[in-house]
Design a protein around this ligand. Structure first.
Ligand code: NAD
Length: 411
């Protein structure tokens, strides 16, 4: 896998020159403030202890407490976690919520664990990072292969150690223990709001045809929401295959198939291709919603879409980014496109702090306002600096983080 942190540093260096960022600020953004590495012992069902390596990276908290998900995946690494923590700091700045950036991860394939082993690992992770997380210091959330159930176990473990209720320590919780309405699909819903803004800018015809890579929390919900809004999902992929139907896939039926079989592969209502073929489909819009570096110099030229909405974090390598700019494709960058998740996580924290919960329609109204505003603020920077949307988003975010650091006398 390419080095995600190197990609972040390259974008940061570009922005430094464009906005003449002071060295005193820039040098503090080159590394996370802290990265904790932990070894978590778990008694497996066969009675043997297995040690899992995990991380919690805290990138920058000038604008507020560190905030970011926990990933359970075999490819988790020190580099990946610190890159994701940096992107979180940029993301919270782009949408203007009072939080910094952090990220956690454990090197594990959770699909190989029993329910009891998974719970034990989740509780073990929280025990290991307990001292550095908290509602006012660092607030984790779900990410790839972690979900509300895992957040529930982690919350319970944290509160047991603390000896009191502190629901704001973690977001993406089940509704019954302090989760927010709409959090389960907020990343995708935020993606829809920026997609609508982008379609207006490009004067695209609606409804549009869409390809989605990844059919997990982000990808499935995006497919469902887009279909509900009249758009046609013509291809979907997951780690085992790509399914294509030019007439439009039935998203709920495909989801039921994935629930039953574990994959979109072998779905009767579509033609099937290998997972690598999803980018070459003839669709107006492409939504990468799987993992980093999926679109690279080897496959970028195959893309037919005119608009890419990056629901995944870091799905396009810098080389592919340049190719796409040359091809005239508008890329709505991850730090804006998937910020709906962290925005509703922030709403969840606010509701936890007040002990008063909002209706779904209120959450969506507030989310739409924030996402549309952020899109248009980035568009202004794009025009002002004559750059692509990713660079414009970095400019907006770095300026906001730099101002907070200056206000604190950190410059
Ligand atoms: P998830 O675990 O729910 O789903 C991941 C999906 O990607 C699965 O369907 C998996 O099969 C698929 N996948 C893995 N490798 C693939 C490949 N090579 N080709 C095609 N598909 C592949 O994870 P998620 O929460 O949906 O996260 C997906 C991306 O969105 C990640 O980059 C994550 O950081 C980002 N994201 C998620 C949220 C959120 O709220 N869930 C918020 C912001 C960003």
């Amino acid at each position: 896998m390419e080095n995600a942190y190197k990609n972040f540093l390259a974008s940061l260096a570009l922005v430094k020159n464009l906005i003449q960022l002071e060295d005193n600020i820039y040098n503090q953004l080159l590394e996370p403030k802290r990265v904790l590495e932990v070894n978590i012992p778990v008694k497996m069902d066969n009675g043997k202890i297995r040690i899992f390596k995990g991380f919690r990276a805290q990138f920058n908290d000038a604008r507020g407490p560190f905030k970011g998900g926990i990933r359970f995946h075999p490819n988790v690494s020190y580099d990946e976690v610190r890159a994701l923590s940096a992107w979180m700091a940029l993301k919270t700045a782009v949408v203007g919520i009072p939080l910094g950036g952090g990220k956690g991860g454990v090197i594990v394939d959770p699909r190989e664990l029993s329910e009891r082993e998974l719970e034990s690992l989740s509780r073990g992770y929280m025990q290991a990072v307990y001292k550095i997380v908290g509602p006012e210091s660092d607030i984790p959330a779900p990410d790839v292969y972690t979900d509300p159930r895992i957040m529930g176990w982690m919350l319970d473990e944290y509160e047991k150690i603390a000896g009191k209720h502190l629901p704001g320590v973690i977001t993406g919780k089940p509704l019954d223990i302090g989760g927010s309405a709409a959090r389960s699909y907020s990343t995708a819903q935020g993606g829809l709001y920026v997609l609508e803004e982008a379609m207006k800018k490009l004067q695209m015809k609606s409804p549009a045809t869409v390809t989605i890579q990844g059919f997990g929390n982000a990808g499935y919900n995006m497919a469902k929401i887009l279909q509900k809004n009249g758009h046609k999902i013509i291809a979907v992929s997951d780690s085992r295959g790509t399914v294509v139907n030019c007439m439009g896939l039935d998203v709920d039926d495909l989801y039921r198939h994935k629930q039953k079989t574990g994959s979109v592969a072998n779905y009767m209502g579509a033609e099937e291709l290998g997972f690598a073929h999803c980018f070459e489909q003839e669709a107006d819009i492409l939504v990468p919603a799987a993992l980093e570096n999926s679109i690279h110099k080897g496959n970028a030229r195959e893309i037919k879409a005119k608009l890419i909405i990056e629901l995944a974090n870091g799905p396009i390598t810098p080389e592919a980014d340049e190719i796409l700019v040359d091809m005239g494709v508008l890329v709505v960058p991850d730090i804006l496109a998937n910020a709906g998740g962290v925005t509703v996580s922030y709403f969840e924290q606010v509701q936890n702090a007040y002990g008063y919960y909002w209706e779904e329609k209120d959450v969506l109204q507030k989310l739409k306002r924030i996402m549309s505003l952020a899109f248009n603020e980035i568009w202004v920077k794009k025009e002002e600096y004559k750059v692509d949307m990713r660079t414009a988003a970095y400019i907006l975010a770095v300026e906001r983080i730099a101002r907070a650091m200056e206000d604190r006398g950190m410059a």
